[in-house]
Design a protein around this ligand. Structure first.
Ligand code: SF4
Ligand SMILES: [Zn+2]
Length: 276
């Protein structure tokens, strides 16, 4: 079994081979052949994508041995919320592909960022570009953020301020009641899915995009290792995932969906109360 984290392409429903074993591993969202399905990750995996969005969410990530996590990010580095490196297994950290090229652990080289001569490096060798070496996952990531065209749209997006996020949370929580009534009256699930997608966007915007639902559940059980994350937002991730699953079911269970929406509303209210 993989030990870089089980939220990998090997377990993802968007990997064609998981629908049809006779097919090669292939990502139906990003349209690429997956060379190492148990060692490749992205935020469209259901563990980080409660509503199963098929729009690519950030880059594809590869695992690098945690020994390379040896330097901090620069203090002034602003990482857009959707590009936060996803939390992986304790032995590995994750770094993004650069222009479809997988970064790897490599032999000696000089770090492109700090110039340090290293016996062991992370390297990337994109098509038609020189090979580059890095001393640490932090320096690879900083270089990637500044140079990858994939990062550009996220960097250009202005961050939401906290007051705006809270107001949006309040509105969306109220909107869910109306959407629940519509579901009961007409069976329309789309409005609920739309509101939940906006709620999830706010969750990511608050800096929780690196937490998958399994880690959310672990942190709820063991708050001392949660890094001070809000239990309400962690619970929100759990409920969003539950709602996403219920909304996919055929036939769908209205009472359970409405109960889940009520849990989401209560969790948002508790978060707002503690963060006024
Ligand atoms: S790249 Fe992402 S969406 Fe595609 S199969 Fe892998 S985890 Fe799933
Ligand atoms: Zn360096």
């Amino acid at each position: 079994m993989p030990n870089g984290g089980s939220d990998c392409c090997g377990t993802c429903p968007f990997n064609r081979t998981n629908k049809d074993k006779s097919q090669e591993p292939f990502c139906e969202i990003r349209k690429f052949r997956i060379e190492k399905p148990y060692w490749t990750y992205c935020n469209n995996h259901p563990r980080r994508n409660p509503l199963l969005s098929k729009t690519p969410r950030g880059p594809v990530w590869a695992p690098i041995f945690a020994d390379y996590d040896s330097k901090p990010f620069s203090e002034d580095l602003r990482i857009p919320p959707r590009l936060l490196p996803p939390i992986g297994d304790a032995m590995y950290v994750r770094v993004p592909y650069y222009q479809n090229t997988r970064p790897i652990e490599d032999e000696s080289g000089d770090c492109t960022i700090c110039g340090e001569k290293c016996e062991n490096t992370i390297s990337v060798e994109p098509l038609n570009e020189d090979k580059k070496y890095f001393c640490s996952t932090a320096h690879y990531f900083e270089w990637w953020l500044a140079n990858s065209t994939e990062a550009t749209p996220y960097l250009e997006k202005a961050p939401l301020n906290t007051d705006l996020i809270k107001n949006k949370f309040r509105d969306l929580s109220q909107n869910l009641s109306g959407a629940g009534e519509l579901l009961r009256a007409t069976g329309d699930r789309d409005q609920i899915i739309g509101y939940l997608a906006e709620i999830e966007e706010l969750f990511v915007e608050l800096g929780y995009g690196d937490v998958d639902v399994l880690h959310a559940a672990i942190y709820l059980e063991a708050p001392e290792i949660s890094g001070g994350r809000s239990p309400h937002l962690l619970l929100l991730q759990v409920y969003l995932t539950r709602a996403g699953g219920l909304l996919q079911q055929e036939p769908f269970d209205i009472e359970n969906i409405l109960k889940c929406l009520s849990d989401i509303q209560n969790t948002i209210q508790r978060f707002l109360k503690e963060n006024v």
